[in-house]
Design a protein around this ligand. Structure first.
Ligand code: PHE
Ligand code: NA
Length: 513
């Protein structure tokens, strides 16, 4: 039991903080790229099915598990899980729910610091009058830590520290005094900026300002359904992965936020509100900005090619240039709005990643809020430095894979089983519905008990042994070669072993000298 009596200031504040937790880079950078890579219109059906059968149930589970643990004074996953069942191993599994937040924060906050820096550069006009290549090079120079043109030495590190200091400061002010305030300011601004940019994305006309396509070309590509890829497990896997990441489920951060609710507060409707707000920002705003704008100026084939290396290139190398096609003033204004929007999306998520770690220290070791916040900043700095220093060696992606993808699925599987099968659906449904403004339809009793865990299990097993190029057809006909992206292959990856061996060699040598 802790002396920690903190709670949310208002219901609106809680919902905005939860929506802020969910709305992040996933909505604006990851979603459009996933959609393009998985066949545009083909992606959206599996995506929506995953949202309804896996996303919403997990939101209800996590909100109610969190509020339940909070009644006993617990605010971090190990103890929250343990309050549903007394066997101690749940506590150890719960460590996932602290660890993955810190690990994701390590690369997420680094990305967040780029947005801060790019707001600054848009304001001072660093991108005006630069050619497309120069703006792309600006980014490469930046992530490679080349001494910047703005005269700030090691600018990425300066902004990384600044960004962490900002997070630490907000976290030290508490939930209602810090996190909630940032969400109340940041979320409306994000939606406003997003609407403006989506409006621009919607009104691109071939022949104007150098555009070669109307907005419709990009939008149609995203939204014309292609039913064939419904049979592709690869598309389903990508859709499920996106739902996990975008809703922030399987992390432990939702449970932590929910543990600060009052025991009579509504869950069923609030969880849906935050979840649907994330979907609006993702499906409506997220798909109306980078894709239609980039396709409008560069054409579909180029854009498909560019998304092969993820969403970061489009967002940071290409858009700042395209904005200037609208003139110097609108170019700068759009830059500020785009990177400002990304910054708010980022900080409201990274604050959520800081809270579980802090709650753990405050509950168990009676740390003061300020020291706990500071320790988060320091840990993220230490864990984040490898992504800063070795960005080009794929460290960033490696973090994203293990902590931002695999770990979420494992943890969600654990908690869905704990909730539906150990705690039990009678108590479970009671928890979800108690204090609620709406009653969850009874069909969800069945879905939460059978469909959701099966779904998660399938996602997990198929990522464990993904066949080459995601070609399940061939694999099932006996030709089973593991793809490089399968978890098993990654664990036993020869390349990785070589890297480690080389690093150990170098270390031994250094020791001998
Ligand atoms: N949901 C966030 C996004 O879409 C990412 C996130 C994951 C945030 C886990 C908090 C916890 O970017
Ligand atoms: Na999201």
């Amino acid at each position: 039991m802790s002396a920690n009596k903190e709670s949310w200031g208002s219901r609106v504040g809680l919902i905005l903080a939860m929506a802020g937790n969910a709305v992040g880079f996933g909505n604006f950078l990851r979603f459009p790229v996933q959609a393009v890579q998985n066949g545009g219109g083909a992606f959206i059906i599996p995506y929506l099915v995953c949202f309804l059968l896996m996303g919403i149930p997990l939101l209800w589970i996590e909100w109610s598990v969190g509020r339940f643990g909070g009644k006993f004074g617990y605010h971090s996953a190990p103890f929250i899980l343990n309050s549903l069942d007394k066997r101690p191993f749940w506590k150890y599994l719960g460590v996932f729910g602290i660890w993955s937040n810190v690990a994701v924060a390590a690369y997420y906050c680094y990305l967040e610091s780029w947005t801060l820096s790019y707001v600054y550069h848009s304001v001072v006009g660093s991108f005006s009058n630069l050619s497309q290549t120069q703006i792309a090079d600006f980014f490469s120079d930046y992530v490679n830590l080349n001494v910047s043109t703005s005269g700030i030495p090691f600018e990425p590190i300066v902004f990384f520290v600044l960004c962490l200091a900002l997070n630490t400061w907000v976290l030290s002010r508490g939930l209602s005094g810090g996190v909630e305030k940032v969400a109340k300011i940041g979320m409306p601004l994000l939606i406003l900026f997003g609407m403006f940019l989506a409006f621009k994305g919607f009104t691109i006309t071939a022949g104007e300002n150098g555009a070669i396509n109307d907005s419709a070309v990009g939008l149609n590509f995203l939204w014309t359904p292609n039913f064939e890829s419904l049979w592709s497990p690869k598309v389903w896997l990508a859709a499920a992965g996106q739902i996990f990441f975008t809703l922030s489920v399987g992390m432990g951060s939702i449970q932590c936020y929910a543990s600060y609710m009052r025991s009579k507060d509504d869950i069923a409707l609030s969880a849906m509100s935050a979840g649907w707000m994330n979907e609006f920002v993702e499906v409506v705003l997220g798909s109306s900005i980078i894709i239609p704008i980039a396709v409008g100026y560069l054409g579909i084939d180029n854009v498909i090619e560019m998304t092969k290396s993820g969403g970061l290139g489009l967002g940071f190398r290409t858009l700042p240039y395209l904005f200037y096609q609208w003139g110097d003033v609108l170019g700068a204004v759009s830059g500020v709005m785009w990177f400002g929007l990304l910054f708010f999306a980022g900080i409201t998520s990274s604050l959520a990643m800081g809270t579980p770690w802090m709650s753990f220290l405050m509950d168990e070791f009676k740390w003061k809020r300020e020291s706990a916040a500071l320790s988060f900043g320091v840990i993220v700095f230490v864990l984040g430095m490898p992504t800063v220093l070795f960005f080009n060696y794929g460290v960033f992606d490696e973090y994203d894979y293990w902590s931002g993808t695999v770990s979420l699925v494992v943890f969600a599987m654990v908690e869905a089983i704990l909730f539906a099968w150990v705690f039990g659906m009678d108590k479970g449904m009671h928890e979800i519905n108690s204090g609620s403004d709406i009653k969850v339809p009874n069909i969800y009793r069945f879905i939460i008990k059978y469909i959701t865990p099966t779904f998660i299990l399938l996602v997990f097993l198929s990522s464990l042994v993904t066949p080459k190029d995601g070609n399940w057809d061939a694999a099932l006909r006996g030709n089973w070669v593991l793809d490089d992206s399968s978890i098993i292959r990654k664990i036993t990856n020869a390349g990785l072993k070589e890297q480690i061996a080389a690093a150990t060699d170098a270390a031994t040598k250094a020791n001998l000298e």
